[in-house]
Design a protein around this ligand. Structure first.
Ligand SMILES: *Cc1c(COP(=O)(O)O)cnc(C)c1O
Length: 238
């Protein structure tokens, strides 16, 4: 497990440097551990070192690790494509924020489930800034309308925007995605909604995301090592 602690230190340094370079306060940027395929004992190693913001992509995995992690104080987000028939299971696992809300029917079903359980939840609106077919997220042109409609659902608190950047070695193109998300945050004006959070940036491009305004970077591989399947596998639930 020494590898995990070592890797976390490297990521910390990268975030520190990126904040300094972008003239941003270090407190503005949170590190979220993307823990898909990572076993609970490895996640616990990171938690015990003080890294307590984690997120999964699949409801099944959230459920599988829930018992092993529940006694350790942490914050659990969801960052995968969410099917409406899995909402109930997800809510059982004390997930405090769904970062991947990308369509109205999902929001409406979430609202009605939350009403039944007398709960509420934080969400980010996921925007498809790269316009790749394989990725989820609302089209940028429709993001404001979705924010407006979701804002009417009283159990759902919109905290910000999330995106998965273009999967490309061309970092200038990746940057355009993050700039677009930041621009949307400023442009979208809906009464009662403050889009404070921008969740963007992963292992390979977190510096760019921080330069463009990220408040949460989501890091998996650079901390826990390579996964066996390509990311598209985890982004297509079902
Ligand atoms: C896996 C995943 C990440 C982390 O990606 P890495 O390249 O492993 O850092 C971030 N966001 C989402 C939505 C993911 O599925």
């Amino acid at each position: 497990m020494a590898d995990i602690l070592h890797n976390l230190q490297i990521i910390q340094n990268r975030i520190d440097l990126a904040c300094a370079k972008a003239n941003r306060s270090r407190e503005e940027v949170r590190l979220l551990l993307a823990t898909k395929t990572v076993t609970a004992d490895r996640i616990l190693t990171a938690m015990q070192a003080g890294y307590t913001l984690i997120a999964e992509n699949k409801v099944q995995e959230v459920k599988e690790k829930f018992d092993a992690l529940k006694d350790f104080s942490h914050i659990s987000h969801f960052i995968g494509h969410l099917q409406t028939n899995k909402i109930k299971d997800l809510l059982k696992c004390n997930v405090s924020c769904i970062q991947s809300l990308d369509r109205l029917d999902l929001a409406e079903k979430l609202q009605s489930r939350l009403e039944k359980e007398n709960k509420d939840i934080d969400v980010f609106i996921q925007v498809n800034t790269s316009e790749e077919e394989s990725k989820f997220g609302i089209h940028p042109d429709q993001a404001e309308d979705l924010v407006r409609r979701v804002a009417e659902l009283d159990r759902i608190n919109i905290k910000g925007l999330m995106t998965i950047g273009l999967f490309s070695a061309d970092l200038d193109k990746v940057r355009l995605c993050y700039q677009l998300l930041n621009r949307l945050r400023k442009e979208i004006q809906v009464p009662g909604v403050e889009l404070k959070e921008l969740s963007m940036g992963m292992s390979g491009d977190l510096e760019i995301a921080i330069e463009e305004g990220a408040t949460i970077v989501r890091v998996g591989t650079a901390i826990f090592g390579q996964r066996i399947y390509p990311d598209s596998y985890y982004w297509n639930e079902g």
